[in-house]
Write a protein that binds this ligand. Structure first.
Ligand code: ADP
Length: 368
């Protein structure tokens, strides 16, 4: 098993697209790291550079302490699982899994053992004689993972491996890959655009945007301490509410006021750190939907709540999402299942300001 290090890695494609600007990343041995970000942010390019399928324009990549810039993919001791599985249609499942080892001239008995062990782990033993077209999407996915397992690589690379599966199967495979990681105790780098996949699977998550790493942190740290507005809004579903307004100091108080005059929220003492330099200036407040709750008496608590008109109510069973308009800006709240908001009617919300985030209007950076 091995650690993976990227030092100032850059990728400029022919034609000038700067797909990865300057990536510094240290992935520990046995770590499960997820690269996440919107389409085109450079996740796949980063993974493909680790695999050796894309040359790097500058910088250094090492696997297990060895610089691999000039090492061809087959000698990097990695195994990659692709989005489209890339199975050979004319080969049985057994042969699909065995083929890489056959090419490397492993003894037949060793190949057989590895294929059968991997099939056992993945629960596909009874499928070994089938061809890919006789398999469901989820089964094909397992074969693709099996093909990676038999290699016993230092590092597993996954490129959006679940995106062709339906929602239910995706959730199931997510858990299976996490279990696999615990069982194999190997280094895994996993690319997805799905922040829920990232949050549920990664030991650490690397959030990317426009070819740049925005933040590298364990899931809950990303959620609770996003470094900037982008990470704050990308991680979490429904996304964090972001509203522009001003920080206004009163007698011993500090308030956030939005431009429409609807919001006037007192910043609690424990949230004031770093805000002094922004008093009297515009800031962006970030409030997660779950930090808004229905006021039981439906009365606005001055400094701690507001009233707005509900536009859409989405009952989810375990909770209710509501969409409101505040000064022309959309706001989402996640309410308890027994709340009774009604569409096109006013509704009073309390704000848990202890969890409020603040961002600089110009830089988008978190103010701390
Ligand atoms: P992601 O995986 O996050 O969707 P990619 O790494 O695939 O992003 O792409 C990053 C950027 O590089 C995008 O702007 C994409 O259009 C560009 N790109 C990807 N592959 C190539 C290529 N072979 N040639 C030129 N540009 C490319």
């Amino acid at each position: 098993m091995a650690r993976v290090d990227l030092k100032q890695v850059k990728k400029v494609y022919p034609g000038g697209v700067e797909a990865v600007k300057c990536a510094d990343l240290e992935i520990a041995d046995k770590e499960f790291v997820v690269l996440v970000g919107p389409s085109g942010c450079g996740k796949s390019t980063t993974l493909r550079m680790v695999a050796g399928l894309e040359e790097i324009s500058s910088g250094e990549i090492s696997i297990g302490g060895q610089v691999v810039n000039d090492v061809p993919p087959k000698d990097r001791d990695i195994a990659m699982v692709f989005q489209n599985y890339a199975l050979y249609p004319h080969m049985t499942v057994y042969k699909n899994m065995a083929f890489g080892l056959m090419l490397r001239k492993y003894p037949k008995a060793e190949i057989d053992k590895r294929v059968r062990d991997a099939a056992e782990i993945l629960g596909i033993t009874e499928l070994l004689e089938r061809r890919p077209k006789a398999l469901s999407g989820g089964q094909r996915q397992r074969v693709a993972v099996g093909r990676a397992i038999v290699r016993q690589p230092k590092v597993f690379l996954f490129d959006e491996p679940l995106s062709n599966l339906d929602a239910k199967l995706r959730v199931q495979m997510r858990a299976e890959i996490s279990k696999l990681h615990q069982r194999l105790q190997s280094t895994m780098i996993y690319v997805t655009h799905d922040q829920i996949e990232a949050m549920t699977m990664g030991d650490r998550i690397v959030v990317m945007l426009d070819g740049e790493i925005q933040q590298v942190a364990p899931p809950l740290e990303l959620y609770h301490r996003p470094v900037n507005k982008f990470v704050a809004s990308f991680i979490g579903s429904p996304p964090m509410n972001l509203l522009e307004g001003d920080l206004v100091a009163g007698e011993g108080t500090l308030c956030f006021r939005d431009r429409s005059g609807t919001l006037n929220l007192e910043v609690p003492a424990n949230r004031r750190a770093g805000l002094d330099t922004h008093v009297g200036k515009p800031v962006i407040i970030g409030i997660r939907p779950e930090d808004l709750s229905g006021n039981t008496a439906q009365q606005v608590q001055a400094g701690h709540g507001f009233q707005a008109v509900v536009e859409v109510v989405e009952p989810m069973g375990s909770e209710i999402n509501i969409y409101l308009s505040v000064g022309g800006k959309a706001v989402t709240a996640r309410l308890k299942a027994d709340s009774t908001p009604e569409e096109n009617k006013p509704y009073v919300l309390d704000v848990n300001m202890a969890n409020a985030h603040f961002f600089d209007v110009k830089t988008g950076l978190a103010i701390r």
